[in-house]
Design a protein around this ligand. Structure first.
Ligand SMILES: O=C(O)c1ccccc1N[C@@H]1O[C@H](COP(=O)(O)O)[C@@H](O)[C@H]1O
Length: 225
């Protein structure tokens, strides 16, 4: 495995985007789900992306891949998303066929999140083979939760050992600077492991990202803690 890729999700402003990109984030996520404390308007996300792109030229850091996070979004919502997004991340009930169709229609790569609590949940990834570019194994939300992710809860990572698909996967749910090295170590021998994704674990309060926690998370994930 080459080094794990890191996705910092729930970016709401240029300072966070710059902190993550300068620290070496490979993906930045923008949450277009209104019930989330990380929600960002598409116009604001577009502004952040354009400013980030300009800074990447001026300072010479790599522009991360740019991910829009959606939950059962319709065509209108998807078409209002910033045009520079490289990936759509789906956290709703999107079928494999719908994932494939939308990836082709919007010319983006698709990340499909699958909620996991036990090994059997991981087997559901089989249906998405060939329909998505990345599978995101995320923790199942707590009962009664108002959104399908971003709760800072984790699951037993050994559940992923039952995954034998060809589609690369990322791991999310309750990761933080303190446990991400263990999470990476738990998957490093799995040929499909692409990287890790975090939101709550690099925040001081829901929706408030910390540049220090982001930098600590990225170095711990990439092995230079
Ligand atoms: O972050 C949110 O508010 C959110 C809303 C709706 C769907 C997913 C959401 N977050 C994603 O959940 C995982 C894990 O988050 P955490 O690190 O446990 O907070 C990650 O992909 C978030 O982007």
């Amino acid at each position: 495995m080459s080094g794990p890729q890191v996705k910092i999700c729930g970016v709401k402003d240029i300072d966070t985007a710059l902190a993550a990109a300068r620290a070496g984030a490979d993906f930045l996520g923008f949450v277009f789900f209104r019930k989330s404390p990380r929600f960002i308007l598409p116009e604001k996300a577009e502004e952040v992306i354009l400013d980030l792109k300009e800074a990447s030229f001026e300072e010479g850091f790599a522009l991360p891949k740019l991910v829009g996070l959606f939950v059962d979004a319709g065509e209108k919502e998807l078409s209002e998303a910033p045009t520079l997004l490289t990936h759509f991340q789906f956290h709703g009930h999107e079928s494999p066929e719908r994932c494939k169709e939308l990836g082709d229609e919007f010319a983006v790569e698709i990340i499909k999140a699958l909620p996991v609590s036990v090994a059997d949940d991981v087997l559901k990834a089989g249906a998405f083979e060939g329909a998505t570019d990345i599978i995101l194994f995320d923790a199942k939300p707590p009962p009664g939760a108002g959104r399908p992710g971003g709760h800072g809860v984790s699951f037993d990572w050994t559940a992923i050992s039952s995954y034998t698909g060809e589609t690369p996967f990322m791991l999310a749910g309750g990761l933080s600077p303190d446990n991400v090295a263990d999470a990476v170590a738990s998957q490093k021998d799995h040929s499909g492991f692409l990287g890790v994704d975090v939101s709550s674990g690099v925040e001081t309060a829901p929706g408030n990202k910390s540049a220090d926690l982001i930098a600590s998370f990225i170095s711990a994930a990439k092995g230079s803690k």
